[in-house]
Write a protein that binds this ligand. Structure first.
Ligand SMILES: Cc1cc2nc3c(=O)[nH]c(=O)nc-3n(C[C@H](O)[C@H](O)[C@H](O)COP(=O)(O)OP(=O)(O)OC[C@H]3O[C@@H](n4cnc5c(N)ncnc54)[C@H](O)[C@@H]3O)c2cc1C
Length: 399
């Protein structure tokens, strides 16, 4: 295990940092208040090759290693975690194709992301199946002609209103089946020119193979307002056998592989946010004086800044350890992924909450970015598995 970065990784970091500093940070409060979808940032990130990190070189992708992917996502998250959630979601949806798809499926379902700035959605959560995804009822049933028909509803799906492809986890045969499949549904290609901003509208998609997909109105969220989240309903969508990834009964195994990759990426999102909250708070408390001293020199405030710094550093160590484990294909990578996710979520919530407090009344106004960070942070403790589920995974493994 080597925590020093290669020249390539340092070059990537430098490029993403400059991008965030020039394109995101100066406009972030204005952009977030406007609440319009950040296509321009997504398009620039695509041009720079800092999204779609998991696409293999065999289909002209960047095939970026896990550690570098986490570093890139962390840096984008330093700018905004709504944008990084949206960008990272392409890998969340597409990694199962990279890992378990055939060469033909990679060409069919991944190549379009290399050719155009498109977005993808990963559809796992359902109204009755959140932390316990085994309770999902969306299912495919086989028809006499060898194709399948998909029906069911998913909720809280990132990028849903703008997606050009949906990765869907569903039961096989009937809603109560013990088997789960992973299917890929490519639809019309959507770019900024096609849907610049969905606003408060729904979207109806006629699927080329048959059936339709209905996307609900975007959720009006507390934070991460620059990411799009909506429900997705599949109505008699026809699925050809070549749209099913791997073995149609092994979806549970594929979800675990996806989440083992995705949880450290969510940890990277949390770490980026925690670092930003810490940096803003440090700057603020260095400048503002009370009781004749800089706030950062008042012992209790200094103590809090130290605690914030320690949480950030621990989150970084947990993230690097998890990504190294994944890169080494270690059998215990999963529990390190859960550890990294929880450690980073805790750092993000702590640093943004206490950072806001150290900004006093100013932190409670929308003029100060720390108030936005404290809204954004909560979801990091929830999506890709709530804190308790991560602890359940760790607990199960260690006993
Ligand atoms: C902004 C946003 C983006 C999202 N993006 C996606 C996406 O792209 N794709 C997707 O499929 N899903 C997505 N989700 C869904 C997300 O992953 C779920 O919300 C999350 O897994 C929790 O499920 P739930 O909301 O149903 O909460 P529930 O499962 O109902 O849990 C509620 C609470 O119950 C407690 N709890 C749950 N399980 C346990 C347990 N085992 N032990 C003790 N306590 C427990 C916890 O306190 C938990 O917070 C997104 C959600 C949001 C808000």
């Amino acid at each position: 295990m080597d925590f020093s970065f290669s020249e390539n990784q340092l070059m990537y970091l430098d490029t993403v940092r400059k991008f965030v500093k020039n394109e995101i940070t100066p406009h972030i409060l204005e952009m977030e208040k406007a609440h319009s979808f950040p296509w321009s940032i997504i398009n620039k990130a695509w041009e720079m090759g800092i999204i779609n990190l998991c696409i293999p070189e065999s289909v002209k992708g960047f095939e970026i290693d896990t550690i570098s992917s986490a570093l890139i996502i962390e840096e984008i998250s330093y700018g905004d975690t709504g944008i990084s959630t949206s960008a990272m979601c392409n890998d969340l949806a597409n990694i199962v194709i990279s890992q378990h798809g055939t060469e033909e499926q990679k060409e069919l379902f991944l190549r379009p992301f290399v050719e155009k700035p498109l977005l993808a959605s990963f559809c796992l959560t359902e109204p009755g199946a959140g932390s316990d995804n085994s309770m999902m009822t969306t299912f495919i049933a086989k028809k006499d002609d060898g194709t399948y028909v998909l029906n069911g509803s998913k909720c809280f799906i990132t990028n849903a209103s703008y997606a050009s492809q949906y990765t869907v986890l569903c039961k096989v045969g009937k809603p109560t089946s013990n088997f789960m499949a992973c299917v890929i549904i490519p639809v019309e290609h959507i770019t900024a020119a096609d849907i610049p901003d969905i606003g408060n509208s729904t979207r109806e998609i006629q699927v080329p193979t048959g059936g339709k997909i209905v996307i609900g109105k975007p959720e009006d969220k507390l934070g991460q307002r620059l990411s799009n989240t909506a429900s997705v309903t599949f109505e008699d969508v026809i699925i050809h056998p070549n749209q099913i990834i791997g073995d149609r009964r092994f979806g549970f195994k594929y979800i675990i592989d996806v989440l083992d990759f995705a949880r450290p990426m969510v940890a990277a999102i949390g770490l980026g946010l925690a670092k930003r909250a810490f940096a803003l708070t440090l700057n603020y408390t260095r400048e503002r004086k009370q009781f004749g001293q800089r706030i950062c020199d008042l012992p209790v405030a200094r103590d809090m800044l130290t605690t914030m710094w320690k949480k950030v550093e621990l989150a970084e160590m947990a993230l690097l350890r998890a990504t190294c484990k994944i890169q080494e294909k270690a059998t215990d990578a999963g529990i390190y992924a859960s550890l990294a996710k929880n450690t980073a979520a805790e750092a993000a919530v702590f640093c943004s909450t206490e950072g806001l407090h150290l900004h006093g009344g100013y932190g409670f106004t929308t003029d100060y970015e720390i108030s936005k960070l404290s809204r954004d942070a909560h979801i990091i403790d929830i999506y890709e598995g709530v804190r308790e589920v991560q602890n359940m995974i760790i607990g199960r493994e260690i006993v």
